[in-house]
Ligand binder design. Structure first.
Ligand code: CTP
Ligand code: CA
Length: 231
């Protein structure tokens, strides 16, 4: 029923969605990663397709059955560098790019060719990290088309420095994306769960939408916000 009543307001558009979580190898058997399964990103891809878009999904270590059916093209990646290259290539002719992927902020300064062994009596060697490129910031900075809509995601827990929404507002202003979807994570919210609560903020940090519901309902609320500013 949802499919039959959905508006075809993305017909003729190409949209790019990144989903999942990037992994940065330490050695051939270990990585630094995060808890993202990719379900919100896959829901975004499915929703866009139903609304008529051609969808490129860049999936980082997706743990979603049937993800290949969610998009016209699925590009599977592991690391942040691979994700950046795939997103930028796909974004070249995209009307909108939604960065739903959880991107590792740091990666090991070097990757060991063989498995790191523990040496009896010696503690662990320190793991040196370097910062990853900010894919979203790069898309905003090098906008391939003035009318391309760029959307970021922020998963926040809230802490002593501010609530979920306060962190989201600051991030919206800092990131400069057209829209930032802020969702509360941790303690049974967000990662791997069925229901989500999302605030959509503009580049000034002003709220343009609020949605509570399944990842699919949240996805449609985000596309509603995108459609409003697509030219
Ligand atoms: N992002 C990105 N490249 C990175 C880090 C994040 O493209 N290296 C994108 C994410 O895909 C998301 C948005 O930026 O759309 C916000 O990610 P988040 O981790 O919340 O922001 P950070 O700027 O990394 O801030 P912090 O982790 O310190 O909260
Ligand atoms: Ca981050």
């Amino acid at each position: 029923l949802a499919e039959r009543t959905a508006p075809r307001d993305l017909a003729g558009r190409h949209v790019v969605v990144s989903a999942g979580g990037t992994r940065e190898p330490i050695d051939p058997v270990r990585w630094i990663g995060n808890r993202s399964t990719g379900r919100q990103g896959v829901a975004l891809a499915e929703a866009a397709r139903v609304r008529g878009a051609r969808v490129t999904l860049v999936g980082a270590n997706l743990e979603v059955p049937g993800a290949e059916r969610a998009a016209d093209t699925l590009v599977r990646v592991e690391t942040t560098a691979q994700l950046r290259d795939a997103v930028r290539a796909a974004a070249a002719d995209a009307d909108a790019v939604v960065m739903a992927a959880a991107v590792a902020d740091f990666r090991p300064a070097g990757t060991h060719e063989s498995k790191i062994k523990k040496v009896p009596g010696q503690g662990p060697a320190p793991l040196e990290l370097v910062e990853n490129p900010d894919v979203l910031a790069g898309l905003v900075r090098d906008r391939v088309r003035a009318d391309q809509v760029v959307v970021g995601f922020a998963a926040e827990t809230g802490d002593a420095a501010g609530s979920v929404l306060e962190h989201g507002r600051r991030k919206a202003r800092r990131k400069g994306a057209d829209l930032l979807a802020v969702n509360a994570v941790g303690a049974g919210k967000g990662f791997g769960t069925e229901d989500n609560e999302v605030w959509v903020l503009d580049a000034a940090g002003e709220q343009t939408a609020h949605a509570v519901g399944s990842k699919r309902e949240v996805a449609d609320a985000i596309w509603d916000a995108v459609v409003k500013i697509l030219r």
